[in-house]
Design a protein around this ligand. Sequence first.
Ligand code: HEM
Length: 172
Amino acid sequence: MTAEIAMPLLMRWLHVGTAIVVVGGLVFYRLVFVPIADKVLSDEEREKLREPLMRRWKMFIHPSIILFLISGFYNYIYVTSAQHEGQGLYHALFGLKFLLALGVFALAIIMTSTMTWSEKFRKNQALWAVLILLASAVVLIGGYMKVMPAGSNHASQIDSGAGAVSEEAGDL
Ligand code: HEM
């Protein structure tokens, strides 16, 4: 492994690692924890548990938003956009993924909030479903972008040896 790909690799690990923690945590909370808590705990006990639980989960959610933005923009600006130069679909998918991710960030902040104003949103079960569906859509788009073949411009760069780094980084 050459030094040039250390940073793209680190940013990819950060991006995928953050996605595992955040999307996995959201699915666990809504599809495992809530149904069991509803069955086993009284309303009072559930509310008593929810506050400290969300306070702790927020300590993952808020920094994750920063990590997604740093690793996502790094991936796009320094690794993938050169590989997909001239490929409108790739950049359109990036735009769509970014907008959906902003939706995930906004909903994740609201649904993990402990403030009174967010109570009516938190109690709205449909919003949890929207959050999980949005996050899943972002992951699916990310996976598709990953396997999209490089643009013809990038292919000719590789032939001439110019695109070596992003080619090597792109294989990560
Ligand atoms: C809810 C937030 C997000 C989730 C769950 C998420 C998830 C993912 C996943 C699973 C991949 C595929 C990784 C792989 O197979 O290599 C990916 C790729 C990517 N993501 Fe995200 N992401 C999120 C937010 C963002 C944001 C905010 C940006 C930009 C600022 C971004 C930019 C990218 C880029 C550029 C790629 C690489 C695609 C490629 O390899 O061509 N992501 N994302």
